[in-house]
Ligand binder design. Sequence first.
Ligand code: DAT
Ligand code: MG
Length: 222
Amino acid sequence: MVLPEDDDEDDEGCKASTAAVITFIKSLSKFEYGSVSSLGVKGGPGSGKGTQCEKVVEKYGFTHLSSGDLLRAEVASGSERGKHLQAIMQKGELVPLDTVLDMIKDAMIAKADVSKGFLIDGYPREVKQGEEFEKKIGAPALLLYIDAKPETMVQRLVKRGETSGRADDNEETIKKRLDLYYKATEPVIAYYESRGIVRKIDSELTVDEVFKQVSQAIDTLK
Ligand SMILES: Nc1ncnc2c1ncn2[C@H]1C[C@H](O)[C@@H](COP(=O)(O)OP(=O)(O)O)O1
Ligand SMILES: [Mg+2]
């Protein structure tokens, strides 16, 4: 899936300054926050990533960056890129690699001076995205793997769909998203597992019990 050419209009002009800011972020996070510069949060749709991230933000002062939320905000803006993205997301497909990474990068730059760390929720979806993230931003300190059974995820999403207004919280799209999740995400988990940074969180429990495990994982970084 390729975006229209004119999306890259100002790309060249921005590249140099973006690179400088990213270098600045990296040195800043190393200097002030040790290794807690970015934390990946993975798990299937409906596993509870958003719910847990919200609690981490509250307790640890991290900034929550959900790739899905960033994309939905772009759609809500009504831009040409947003319209194109909406069509892809409605089908339950993955949006182009560079688009998501650029949005995450921009959001990190915007919060670099006020954030204690970043929760990168729902990204990378594919190993290739993970490699791109490391090239352009840096390796995550930890990967929280929010693990729930497929039945649990479907059940939670159907329920969320009653109030979320999300175009993709309907049963047909949910099934597609779960299929895609298992195909694309398991290699991603394996990729980070080989580096020893995955912390598996049992998300079949209550929100608070899940959060206890999440907190323990984050506390090991201090
Ligand atoms: N541990 C838990 N027990 C019960 N419901 C939960 C839960 N964690 C999250 N939920 C609910 C909240 C949402 O309505 C729905 C999906 O959660 P979410 O945080 O939006 O998931 P995700 O961001 O991984 O898609 O399930
Ligand atoms: Mg979410």
